[in-house]
Structure formats: structure tokens, C-alpha cells
Design a protein around this ligand. Structure first.
Ligand SMILES: Cc1ncc(C[n+]2csc(CCOP(=O)(O)OP(=O)(O)O)c2C)c(N)n1
Ligand SMILES: [Mg+2]
Length: 279
């Protein structure tokens, strides 16, 4: 809910999101935890300063939609939905198990608050464009947020959607790109160089901001400016994030797209978050 809470409270929310994600990953002993730690600040600002929603009525028509293109980041979104009160905290123990509402890849039909099934990369922005057009036809004031990864920028469909969004003047669309400079096969820029990203989105007709995605105060300013910019343009917030943020030995891992962590390391990771070194 657009609650305008203090940055200190948002930092606490981000720490809680990291804790929930770590506890889920511990259930499986592995997971996409480095991304979750990296994106926790963005999710805290999204769910506690940016989005309008009703925790007890996740399908409320007047809500802002948050689309997760990147199904493998589901662990991060579940952690935010738990912190937001949309998913009960005790479901953490079911993470990734048969019959759980929290499968390892995000599935819209399973989980409250999960708007789309996004595991096939590069589809989210196109879905967001369609939703934005539909909301405009209904004269809704809701915004559609779409969290993409830097790996998704390699998908041509992302750029078709970016061009469409500007062409249709979708000022109800806010894309968030997590630039963690990592993909499944290694550092993103070594695979396909997507820079200069600010200039690319600007050339496509978007309102563009680029921020440190692990600095709450900067995120708050950018998220508020994206809603309020007043131009008839889609908006993008490019967020540079640090994988493993807040847990020094996970930040230091080189190939951290998918992590296995030893049992004793989970408690060390939680201690690092509890000690407040995150954010
Ligand atoms: C269309 C498509 N191609 C390939 C994949 C396999 N895949 C899953 S995650 C991933 C890496 C994508 O990059 P990014 O999300 O930036 O990785 P991360 O930051 O999580 O390391 C790939 C290629 C997929 N899910 N969908
Ligand atoms: Mg990445």
C-alpha cells in the first residue's frame, strides 16, 4: 500500500524479506537466493511505498499489478508477499514441496499475489502492455509494474514490447530492470552487451531513471518520480543491484545464478542479515 513509511522502516522490511527468502532456500538447501538478496530493497519499496493493494483481497480490481517476468525470482516475490501479509508466513516450510502454493518457479494459478506465470523469459513486458491497454479502456487509475532481469533484455520480444508501450503512450506502465550483471551462463555483459541501457530506453521513448537498487532512499525517490512524472510515456527504473546483498560470503561467490549452500552456511547467512549488515 502506498503508505509513505520511513526509510528506516523500509530497511527493516527489506531485512525481513531477505530473512524469509533465506528460510525458504534453506528448506530446499539451494535456490535463486543471490537474486532474492539483491532485489529485496526494490521489493520492499515496491510493496511498502509504491503499490496500492489490499493484503486480504489480492484480486481487488483497483490494485496495482506487479508482474514478475522472471519465474526463477519467485522466491524473492514470495518473501515480499509474505512480508506484505498476502501469503501466511508458515507456508515458508512448504516451499518447493509437492502441493505447496510456493513452487520454485512462479505460477499465477498457485499463489495469491502472483499475477502471471513468467518462467519463459521475455514475455512479461508484452503482457504488461496488454494489461495497461485494458486498464486504460476501463478508465482505471491502476499502474502495472513489471520486474525484468538483465538477462531478459537479450529477448527480442522485450524490445518489441518497449516500442509498443511508447507508441501507445502507456503512462500507467512502470518497468523495473534488475541489473545484477549475471545470467545462467555467466556475467551478462560478456554474453550480450545491453549497455548503454539508459540511452536505449530513452531512444525507445521511455521516461528513464537509473539508481543503485540497494539504496532505499534512492529507490523511494525514483519510484515516486516514476508515478508522478506527468509525461505520456511508459517509465523504467533501471536498478543496479548486488547479488547476495547483505551476506558477505554470498556476495563474494562468482557463479551465483543458482546456489547450493551448506547447512551451517544458512545460519551464518541469517546471522549476517540479523546483524543488520543488509541495506
Ligand atoms: C525464453 C527462455 N530462455 C532461456 C531460459 C533459461 N533461463 C532461466 S534463468 C536464465 C538466466 C536469465 O538471466 P537473468 O534472469 O539475468 O539471470 P540471473 O540474474 O537470475 O542470474 C535463463 C537463460 C528461460 N527461462 N526462458
Ligand atoms: Mg541477471
Amino acid at each position: 500500500m502506498t503508505g509513505k513509511i520511513s526509510n528506516t522502516s523500509l530497511e527493516q522490511r527489506a531485512r525481513n524479506i531477505r530473512r524469509h527468502a533465506l528460510r525458504m532456500a534453506e528448506v530446499q538447501g539451494q535456490g535463486y537466493i543471490a537474486q532474492a538478496l539483491g532485489i529485496a530493497d526494490v521489493l520492499a519499496v515496491s510493496y511498502f511505498d509504491g503499490l496500492n493493494y489490499r493484503a486480504h483481497d489480492p484480486e481487488w480490481e483497483g490494485r496495482d499489478r506487479f508482474l514478475l517476468s522472471i519465474g526463477h525470482y519467485a522466491i524473492a516475490l514470495y518473501a515480499a508477499l509474505i512480508e506484505a501479509g498476502i501469503i501466511p508466513e508458515d507456508e515458508i516450510e512448504t516451499y518447493g514441496s509437492d502441493d505447496s502454493r510456493l513452487p520454485m518457479s512462479g505460477m499465477a494459478s498457485y499463489t495469491p499475489g502472483m499475477e502471471i506465470t513468467g518462467g519463459s523469459l521475455g514475455q512479461g513486458l508484452s503482457i504488461a502492455v496488454g494489461m495497461c491497454l485494458g486498464l486504460k479502456r476501463k478508465q482505471s487509475g491502476s499502474f502495472v509494474y513489471n520486474l525484468l532481469s538483465d538477462g531478459e533484455l537479450d529477448e527480442g520480444s522485450t524490445w518489441e514490447a518497449a516500442m509498443s508501450a511508447a507508441s501507445f503512450g502507456l503512462d500507467n506502465l512502470i518497468a523495473i530492470v534488475d541489473v545484477n550483471n549475471m545470467q545462467a551462463d555467466g556475467p551478462s555483459k560478456g554474453i550480450l552487451n545491453f549497455e548503454p541501457l539508459h540511452e536505449k530506453f530513452a531512444a525507445f521513448g521511455w521516461h528513464v531513471q537509473r539508481v543503485d537498487g540497494n539504496v532505499i532512499a534512492d529507490l523511494v525517490t525514483a519510484f515516486r518520480a516514476a508515478r508522478a512524472c506527468g509525461q505520456r510515456k511508459p517509465r523504467v527504473i533501471i536498478c543496479d543491484t548486488k547479488m547476495g546483498k547483505g551476506v558477505d560470503f554470498l556476495e563474494a561467490r562468482e557463479r551465483n545464478h543458482f546456489l547450493r549452500v551448506e547447512p551451517e552456511e544458512w545460519s551464518r547467512a541469517l546471522e549476517a542479515i540479523n546483524a543488520g549488515r543488509a541495506s
